[in-house]
Design a protein around this ligand. Structure first.
Ligand code: ASN
Length: 528
């Protein structure tokens, strides 16, 4: 079967596709607090409730006046109806429909901790199937920490989670909140970027690469060691697809929330620091890990007779994990100079080009993972788990800027090989670093995974999933690969897609149920 046939099938079976008349993406906005929702008070700016009604409903760019039905949100297992709003149609011919869920206590982000992160992760987890993407509104002070923490806590994430906030409240006349929120909604609603991202001042960053660089400028964040994933200009949204991280395990989305921030610490080295100061921190009750912020490419003073290095080496022997992160904004920790080499020999892990926020979050995540040993934590700290660091051995590969014709040719070639069931050829094409093509779609909106979902070779489907193909992208008829596989009666394909976290979209449920008279068990297995 070739790719054209696959398209015909998806159109023939659904004379009236559910989503064609008014395509819309559904987004759950989670409000945790921060300046974005604040109002003036006699005590200065304080977080205020009722964000949807006060700040969004009156603005035409956030409300097309269509008064859509309520949407359901699940919190602690209880389903409640919430008012939803819809944006006007975008240049990509879609509406974004959204609801706002507000935390019971709205926080200034300087007060957030692991409980707050777990709360966000739980809301995303419980509502994962009902929404296409998630936007989290958060104060800017600790935003980079929350982004880093969530990037690890959300495992095998298949949908966009975008965090944003603002430097000035939405209710102030001159603010950055309007652009930051609208940009986040538009990107989350139109582009399948399955990462925890931070959107600010027209740029989308990988969340665990971002850091706050200004207390007052609208350009409050930067991602010094990794280019932005997307940028918004007056003309278009440019997504750097080749940079997007994709989950590559045949596993469904899950969360890991049992973590504590109290068993890790962060310490900045300065000229003249006394070994006793570091020793005191390393002997804190219950401490399991330390992020050591060092000079330049990872250097620290040795101390008289190497006393400082000895303090560190003793702590490592007691089982404390120590990671070396540079105080510089850009560059990486390498044992280039003697002092850095001493640290490495003492058992301090070179943290490559991670931010301190990412190192801290990663360490507490790994230490809390069930079944982890100190050795495994040490090992994983220098491996990229969510694109948080550049592995030293990885070869840098940059795509030429002008890729369009080749890129389309490659996509077509890939489509044909998949529909012919030619595993070897698909493997060869993906080996030449073309796996970023996997989430691209042809004229009918079908991605390579849509084609493989009805293709003759289930091993190709597995291969694409292992290379990070998204199970959530819908074609122009609103169909997911899972729907196509069930519709084609392919049990093995359905099982594999389900194992990878695929689920039917709420917009295709009604048709799925009506088709379920045939292949009842299969449609049941697909979730209809
Ligand atoms: N203090 C605020 C917060 O982080 C700062 C902001 O959001 N701009 O909650």
């Amino acid at each position: 079967m070739d790719s054209t046939n696959t398209t015909e099938i998806s159109i023939k079976v659904d004379q009236v596709p559910d989503n064609v008349a008014a395509p819309e993406s559904r987004i759950l906005v989670v409000m945790t607090g921060g300046t974005i929702c604040m109002r003036r008070s006699p005590d200065g700016f304080v977080p205020a409730r009722g964000f949807l009604e006060s700040s969004l409903a009156p603005r035409p760019s956030f409300n097309d006046g269509s008064k859509p039905d309520d949407l359901q949100i699940i919190v602690d297992g209880v389903e409640t109806s919430y008012h939803s709003l819809r944006t006007p149609i975008s240049t990509y011919e879609k509406h974004v429909r959204y609801v706002v869920y507000e935390f019971a206590e709205l926080l200034d982000s300087s007060s957030i901790n692991a409980n707050g992160w777990a709360q966000i992760a739980e809301v995303v987890y419980q509502n994962y199937r009902a929404f296409d993407a998630f936007v989290v509104l958060h104060g800017t002070d600790s935003l980079a920490y929350t982004c880093s923490a969530l990037s690890f806590m959300l495992q095998n994430l298949g949908k966009p989670v975008i965090l944003t906030g603002s430097q000035a409240p939405m209710l102030e006349l001159q603010n950055d909140a309007t652009d930051n929120l609208l940009g986040s909604l538009i990107i989350a609603g139109h582009f399948m970027i399955p990462e925890v991202c931070l959107f600010f001042n027209h740029k989308l960053y990988r969340g665990n690469r971002a850091t706050k660089i200004s207390a007052s400028e609208f350009a409050a964040f930067a991602s010094p060691n990794f280019p932005p994933l997307a940028t918004i200009s007056s003309l278009k949204i440019h997504v750097s697809w080749e940079l997007i991280y994709r989950p590559t395990h045949i596993k469904a989305f899950n969360i890991q929330t049992n973590r504590a921030t109290s068993d890790v610490a962060c310490l900045r080295i300065f000229p003249g620091i006394k070994p006793e100061m570091i020793d005191a921190v390393l002997k804190l009750d219950g401490l399991k890990g330390l992020v050591l912020e060092t000079f330049g490419s990872g250097n620290a003073p040795g101390g008289a007779d190497g006393a400082l290095v000895k303090v560190l080496a003793d702590a490592v022997k007691r089982g404390i994990v120590i990671v070396n992160i540079t105080q510089c904004l850009t560059g990486t920790v390498t044992p280039l100079y003697e002092p850095a080499m001493h640290l490495k020999r003492a058992g301090v892990i070179p943290g490559a080009d991670m931010t301190s926020e990412a190192a801290l979050a990663k360490m507490s995540y790994l230490l809390a993972l069930p079944g982890m040993t100190t050795e495994k934590v040490i090992n994983q700290m220098s491996v990229s788990l969510r694109g948080e660091l550049t592995e030293q051995t990885a070869t840098a590969f940059a795509h030429p800027r002008d890729v369009l014709p080749t890129h389309l040719a490659n996509l077509t070639q890939l489509g044909y090989s998949i529909s012919k069931g030619d595993h070897e050829e698909v493997e060869r094409l993906l080996k030449s670093d073309l796996s970023w093509l996997l989430n691209e779609s042809d004229y009918s909106g079908n991605t390579p995974l849509h084609i493989a979902a009805t293709g003759p070779n289930v091993d190709i489907l597995r291969l694409l999933l292992q290379q990070g193909a998204s199970v959530h992208i819908r074609n122009k008829s609103g169909r997911t690969p899972l729907f196509l596989a069930a519709n084609a009666g392919l049990t093995e394909h359905v099982t594999l897609l389900k194992q990878s976290g695929a689920h039917l979209h709420s917009g295709e449920m009604a048709t799925a149920k009506s088709h379920a008279r045939k292949h009842l068990d299969l449609w049941r297995a697909a979730g209809a």
